[in-house]
Design a protein around this ligand. Structure first.
Ligand SMILES: Cc1cc2nc3c(=O)[nH]c(=O)nc-3n(C[C@H](O)[C@H](O)[C@H](O)COP(=O)(O)OP(=O)(O)OC[C@H]3O[C@@H](n4cnc5c(N)ncnc54)[C@H](O)[C@@H]3O)c2cc1C
Length: 92
């Protein structure tokens, strides 16, 4: 599962045992088995699609201001949404 995920998301971008405390407002939280920074909407959608298709539990992390992470962390893939640019178009 991890090999396939690394093949789809890029091995260099997929981090293992990433402590989550550093990404939350309350600065607490154990490690995510797998961690991925999505820097664009395509990367965000691609990571969620890959996790779904490979049956990997996943969680989207924003700024971490409205979650509490336990000491055990997260079993699966945490996808941190760091995409910056948003376009709102009139056509919805
Ligand atoms: C000191 C403090 C003050 C606050 N004041 C307010 C306030 O006045 N009003 C208010 O409404 N909230 C407030 N909040 C709560 C928090 O800031 C908001 O709820 C904020 O919207 C959380 O966004 P986040 O990116 O940090 O989400 P996170 O904490 O990262 O995630 C929260 C939930 O949203 C989901 N999520 C995150 N990003 C996405 C995405 N792109 N797509 C789908 N799901 C996603 C996550 O999976 C998770 O379930 C406060 C929090 C703190 C710590």
């Amino acid at each position: 599962m991890e090999k396939e995920l690394a093949a789809r998301l890029g091995a260099k971008k997929l981090r293992r045992d990433e402590p989550l405390g550093q990404y939350t407002t309350f600065k607490i939280g154990g490690p995510a088995d797998l961690f991925y920074d999505a820097t664009s909407t395509d990367e965000l959608a691609g990571a969620i699609t890959a996790a779904r298709e490979l049956d990997v539990p996943w969680f989207v992390l924003g700024l971490g201001a409205n979650i509490l992470v336990g000491d055990k962390g997260f079993r699966g893939l945490v996808i941190r949404n760091t995409s910056q640019h948003f376009n709102f178009s009139d056509d919805g």
